[in-house]
Design a protein. Structure first.
Length: 157
């Protein structure tokens, strides 16, 4: 049985390279405008039986995720635990959109949203978190990082 002798050492693959035998590799970006023009928001329409309505949710942008992380940091108790009151409605307010992609809720409406059916809010918050790849650990890690950055900047520990 013949074996093939390599003519040169195998090249190590870069971590971001994948071998797609059945599809062409995506193009390499040449300018920022190319990335900025991409619509990379994921959306999902959620049926809310408690309201007899469907609500469109979209994934968070980087800036919106920073807003959520800042909200969590601002709502910690003396022990450092996140006060959960209002978190679901805040997350929903940052992800629920109309057919034009505009946010449905204003800051002033978040408290009123929190007075709606718990099961409806839970359903929407779970989808919003999934679309943005958020879970409890993500929130904890992000707020821990925020806290470290803030204490370094303020000179406190």
């Amino acid at each position: 049985m013949a074996t093939k002798t390599p003519t040169r050492p195998a090249e190590a693959k870069q971590p971001d390279e994948t071998n797609h035998a059945d599809q062409a590799a995506p193009p390499i970006v040449e300018d920022a405008a190319t990335i900025l023009a991409v619509n990379d928001r994921q959306t999902e329409v959620v049926t809310v039986p408690e309201w007899g309505l469907r609500v469109t949710l979209q994934s968070l942008t980087g800036n919106e995720r920073d807003d959520v992380d800042a909200w969590v940091q601002a709502h910690r108790d003396e022990s450092g635990n996140v006060k959960q009151a209002g978190f679901r409605t805040f997350l929903i307010s940052r992800t629920a959109v109309n057919s034009k992609g505009e946010l449905l809720f204003t800051e002033a409406q978040i408290e009123a949203l929190g007075r709606k059916n718990h099961l409806a809010l839970l359903r929407l918050a779970e989808v919003a978190a999934r679309l943005s790849k958020m879970n409890e650990t993500d929130v904890d890690e992000a707020t821990d990082d925020l806290g470290k950055g803030q204490s370094s900047a303020s000179g406190t520990s």
